[in-house]
Design a protein around this ligand. Structure first.
Ligand code: TYM
Length: 324
């Protein structure tokens, strides 16, 4: 079974990325043929600084390693190092209905957020994502909830191709985790995001004093009861989800344990737990920062391995489409 997933190198990785996606990757690498990609070509569809991109790619690679991905067990690489991603995206674009792309939630949100930057790349974003996934005959895609719509579209594209030109692709499925949607700390009705306000997210390598400050000032709700109720108590519910993920305890158990305690106590406990939980991440991050040549070598080797798998799919697809 093949597994593929990726993250855009467009800012600090946060606990949403970790609990939504990466935590599953660490487990999956022990069981399946896994490829984890740094999707730089997706990162350039919204405003970015070209001079920072290489640094951000390296930072993301270091985050992958510090979080526990092992280059002996999985393939780690940069999307633009394997040109077959673009080639397949073009080919798949010719069978993707325009209407499907226009109704994608992420396209609608991003085009509202960056009206001056509305480019065809943003519209075609899900086609490139489908190419990423289908290029490796992927069956499982471990992601957060916000990416499920794109994976549904990928399935449809695969189905349409197989029906029109003959079988070339497996139909992939999204794999969601308990942390599938971590909300922002300062706006708990919105998801935690790399490009949102820094107060809203906890970076994977954030210093303890900052973690404590951010958790203590997280937006909560009026009232006193510590109860999981995302509709009426989005702030407290989000803190309970994070608490449950770091402690390994069920939310119901936490509600019982924290009964009669105030929000402040909940936040104090959670801040300490998170600081401890992220301590090995900070340590490994510092260590990999001093080994950049090694990290770059891992990415180069990863691209070589990915290319071999990608080329065989491209050959099959081009033959079926009459291009070879
Ligand atoms: P990106 O870079 O926005 O996010 C990377 C991963 O983190 C998950 N995630 C979250 N999970 C829970 N709570 C949150 N607040 C949260 N924020 C982010 C995302 O769901 C994602 O799994 N389009 C993708 C990257 C991509 C990709 C792919 C993924 C490109 N090609 C192929 C899978 C397969 C994206 O922008 O993720």
């Amino acid at each position: 079974m093949n597994v593929f997933s990726g993250i855009r190198p467009s800012g600090d990785l946060h606990i949403g990325n970790y609990f939504g996606a990466m935590r599953q990757w660490i487990e999956l690498q022990n069981k399946y043929n896994c490829l984890f990609c740094i999707v730089d070509l997706h990162a350039i569809t919204t405003p970015y600084e070209p001079k920072d991109l290489q640094k951000n790619i390296l930072e993301t690679a270091i985050a992958y390693l510090a979080a526990g991905l092992d280059p002996e067990k999985c393939v780690l690489f940069v999307q633009s190092d394997v040109k077959e991603h673009c080639e397949l995206a073009w080919l798949l674009g010719t069978i993707t209905p325009l209407g499907d792309l226009k109704r994608m939630t992420q396209f609608k949100e991003k085009s509202k957020k960056y009206p001056q930057y509305l480019n065809a790349g943003l519209l075609n974003y899900p086609v490139l994502m489908a190419a990423d996934i289908l290029l490796y005959q992927t069956t499982l895609v471990p992601v957060g909830k916000d990416q499920v719509q794109h994976i549904e579209l990928t399935r449809e594209i695969a189905r349409r191709f197989n029906k029109t030109f003959g079988n070339a692709f497996k139909e992939p499925k999204a794999l969601l985790s308990q942390g599938q949607k971590i909300m922002s700390l300062d706006e708990p009705r919105k998801k935690m995001s790399k490009t949102g306000s820094p107060k809203g997210y906890i970076g994977l390598f954030e210093e303890p004093s900052k973690i404590r400050k951010k958790i203590m000032s997280a937006v909560t709700d009026s009232g006193k009861t510590i109860k999981y109720d995302p509709k009426r108590k989005p702030g407290i519910s989000n803190l309970l989800v994070i608490y449950s993920l770091v402690s390994g305890k069920d939310i119901k158990v936490l509600e019982r344990e924290l009964k009669g305690k105030g929000y402040r106590q909940l936040k104090k406990n959670l801040a300490s737990l998170l600081i401890d939980f992220l301590s090995p991440f900070r340590r490994k991050h510092k260590e990999f920062l001093t080994r950049q040549v090694y990290v770059k070598e891992i990415l180069k080797r990863g691209a070589r391995r990915a290319r071999l798998q990608a080329q065989s799919t491209i050959k099959r697809v081009k033959t079926k489409m009459g291009l070879m």
